[in-house]
Design a protein around this ligand. Sequence first.
Ligand code: ATR
Length: 306
Amino acid sequence: MSLYKEKAVSAEEKSGREKMITGKTKIYSVIGFPVEHSASPALHNAALEALGLDARYVALTVKPEDVADAVRGFRAMGMGGLNVTVPHKRAVIPFLDSLGEEAAKMGSVNTVVRAEDGRLVGHNTDAAGFLGALAHHGADVAGKRALVYGAGGAAPAVLRALQLGGAAGAHVFNRTREKADALADLFNCESFQVKAEDFSSPEIDTLYGNADIIINATSIGLREGDTPPVEVGKITSRHTVADIIYNPWETALLREARQKGAAVFNGYEMLVRQAAEAFTLWTGKEAPVGVMREAGLDFLRKTGKL
Ligand code: ATR
């Protein structure tokens, strides 16, 4: 019997070989602080695998003081692409070569693409993510009025998505009033009127009465027992209420709004859609959104968050 007898390669072995990490395997990453609990690796690795791409996606903890070195390392090591999350979305900008239109408008980067000539271009897919979430949940904002709570990292993406969706206007509430003023200044224009408001505005009943969609873009709700910044007593069944938080899956705000008959949705679809947009920017391929959505849900279930 020959030592070199041919052996048929099973489909299983073949797919195992395709999944093998080699010297050619491209590495994508998300940098943040903290980032260990990120669902992004689950979403992106599922998408890379579904399309049979020789690449992997990992989460890397980068401290605020190390952002410049991290981008230099990314450049030097020829990594495939980078996601940037809290608290680096603004801090990363000075170390990039140019910005895409959305990132420039929002002053915030969540996706870095390496151009063919090696230049690093900062993009922001969060607004597209929220716009995709609005569509997914059947919330047509064209001509509608919004109340937006928060003026931190997530609020510009929410406002930009409302603008892109053709909303008539938005009122912004924030603990630090100057940040709400700055956001209003950034977005306010004739076709999309944005105004900063005080929580104790005498117009509050009218604002709620005229609003169609109410969005929590603050971090209030992340912790159990957090009291929603939104006036839940003024929510009715004519409102759509969205929270950018998805862990917990249903914040107190969404629970109370749902009980009042409002249409509600959390931040999970925004996460999926911003990831899908980033995937397309990196690979030039249509993202398998359904695969990504399921992989993220599976991750949340396995890590006890769902
Ligand atoms: P960022 O998203 O900018 O990194 P964050 O601390 O997560 O920062 O805050 C996001 C948003 O939640 C901000 O609008 C923040 O209000 P300020 O701009 O006044 O900081 C809001 N926020 C967080 N904790 C809050 C609290 N306890 N009460 C009211 N607003 C709060």
